[in-house]
Design a protein around this ligand. Structure first.
Ligand SMILES: [Zn+2]
Length: 126
């Protein structure tokens, strides 16, 4: 079987150890259940929550992603539409944060697991 490249594994929310099993139980568009994470990798069996409350740390990643989104959005609005009122900035940025929340939630957890999970591709931790 061909190995999935790391970047694709991250984008698809796959297990860092085998790059096959999915981290999340349901697709992102299932809005009532998009937060549910598999306890173990369905493919290699590694435990995703590396320690109790492991994914709490992902809120720092989420915060960084939100700030990045805020800065990029404000810059683009300024460059493309200046002069506009502060209300335009606020409505645009708040709408983006709400609309992109499921993606931000998921990618913050995926990035956190890849960075701090201590899992190596091809390893055999459980
Ligand atoms: Zn796995």
């Amino acid at each position: 079987m061909q190995t999935r490249p790391k970047g694709l594994a991250v984008l698809q929310g796959r297990c860092p150890q085998c790059r096959v099993g999915k981290l999340f139980k349901y697709p992102t568009h299932k809005l009532s259940k998009f937060t549910e994470i598999n306890e173990h990798c369905p493919s290699c069996g590694v435990k995703f929550e590396r320690e109790p409350r492991f994914f709490d740390g992902a809120m720092y990643i989420s915060y960084a992603l939100s700030v990045g989104l805020f800065l990029v959005s404000a810059f683009l609005i300024y460059q493309l539409f200046h002069p506009v009122s502060e209300t335009v900035y606020m409505v645009a940025i708040i709408s983006e944060v709400i609309l992109l929340y499921p993606l931000m939630f998921r990618f913050s957890r995926i990035f956190y697991l890849y960075i701090f999970g201590g899992l190596k591709f091809g390893g055999n931790k459980k």
